[in-house]
Write a protein that binds this ligand. Structure first.
Ligand SMILES: [Zn+2]
Length: 408
């Protein structure tokens, strides 16, 4: 099989032919031409029309062959479409103005979902920018083919980038378990950018929004989604509670250490882990400690009691229990717990709405682990925009463009 037949086959050429294949010093140069007398499709409506003239020669980088870079050269034809006027033909191996062939875009994009971009670049002998550009094209394609209709429940979460110095706001489709948007920072404007992109029509369909008790997010959700119910994510709520418990332990451990008592030393996880996840040894230690008169024990027991809240099926019962727990916590004489209880009181509406909608960001927590993997790979994403692009590409479940030949 000659190289030109391979090219013909992998590009799926029908209206075009390979004119020549030449080795130059460092590339395989493939010249293409339109078949004589062939009608070519309008790039807007695909109606086939006899071409009227041609444009200047363009060049596309294609999938390399045995490590040799391959370039396609072709002068695009223009057609005069009765509906759309003078248009460039729909070139089967090209998308927009990108100087990359469709198969190359698909292949780079495919591997960029699983490998760091710099490795993809190395593997396929292209520049880092080429990989970025391919991912960009694949995401645009995916977005164009995705109407995001009927996204009823969204989850908003933040992720930290660069070891917690920078934040990104991520928006998830909770039903289809996918990331739909990612943008820099976690202020009001970041979330506003999401709603502006999402548009009024799609926003009107949103029934529930799940997020942390973070005022910036709450304000913007109320600004854009008046009809949606806000549900505060139960995993975030529990995390705030665990932080409070840990504060209590730290304060008490410090006080005890001053009188040379090391009772609470190395006990952090005993209090924070779910009891059924403790080892036998840890369980025994915890049982011993629970008999002591310690603030940490009291806080721990309150934490365990709080768990019961999520078991209620009826909102009214949950509300009653929450009030009860609030009373216990505010009368515990433990400041971190009192603060936590008051925070709950201020956000009660969104805590109890969980019992109407039962949505939570559990899945986004799981996806956040993937986000972390991507962030670790990311050292090379170079900018916030690219980081968002990488996240959407890996977690957005977007369709990849298809091509005639599978290169992997
Ligand atoms: Zn047309």
């Amino acid at each position: 099989m000659s190289i030109s037949s391979i090219v013909r086959r992998t590009l799926g050429l029908k209206d075009h032919r390979v004119v020549s294949v030449r080795f130059t010093t460092d590339e395989l140069r493939i010249e293409l031409d339109a078949k004589k007398g062939r009608k070519l499709p309008c790039s807007i409506c695909d109606q086939r029309i006899v071409p009227k003239d041609m444009l200047q020669e363009r060049c596309w980088q294609h999938v390399s062959l045995w490590g040799i870079p391959v370039y396609l050269y072709y002068s695009p034809r223009r057609v005069k479409c009765p509906t759309h006027g003078v248009r460039v033909e729909n070139i089967p191996w090209s998308t927009g103005k990108k100087p990359l062939s469709y198969p190359l875009i698909i292949m780079l994009a495919f591997w960029s979902r699983v490998l760091p971009w710099n490795q993809v670049a190395q593997l396929f002998n292209v520049s880092w920018n080429t990989v970025r550009s391919a991912v960009d094209a694949a995401v645009s394609y995916g977005r164009d083919h995705e109407d995001y209709k009927n996204v009823r429940f969204i989850g908003i979460d933040e992720v930290s980038r660069k070891r917690g110095h920078e934040y990104h706001t991520n928006v998830y489709d909770l039903e289809r378990k996918r990331l739909i948007w990612s943008g820099a920072h976690r202020d009001k404007d970041s979330l506003r950018r999401f709603f502006q992109w999402w548009g009024e029509e799609r926003t009107a369909v949103i029934d529930g929004v799940c997020c942390d008790m973070w005022q910036n997010y709450i304000d913007v959700v109320q600004e854009y989604c008046i009809n949606a119910v806000i549900v505060f994510d139960k995993f975030h709520i529990v995390r705030h509670l665990l932080d409070a418990i840990d504060k209590v332990r730290k304060m008490e451990a410090k006080a005890l250490a001053e009188s040379d008592c090391e009772l609470l030393k190395k006990t952090r996880y005993l209090w924070l882990k779910n009891p059924w996840n403790l080892t036998k040894k840890q369980k025994a230690r915890l049982t011993d400690l629970l008999n002591m008169k310690l603030k940490t024990v009291k806080a721990y027991l309150l934490k365990e009691l709080f768990r019961k809240l999520w078991e209620y099926r009826r909102k009214a019962w949950a509300e009653r229990y929450l009030k009860q727990w609030f009373w216990w916590a505010t009368h515990s004489r433990i400041k971190p717990l009192r603060d936590f209880a008051w925070m709950l009181r201020r956000h009660e509406y969104g805590i109890l709405s969980y019992f109407d909608l039962q949505i939570h960001n559990g899945l986004t927590e799981a996806m956040n682990n993937n986000v972390k993997v991507i962030s670790h790979r990311a050292r090379g994403y170079r900018s916030e925009k690219n980081y968002s692009l990488a996240l959407i590409h890996s977690l957005g479940k977007l369709e990849l463009p298809k091509c005639q030949h599978k290169f992997w």
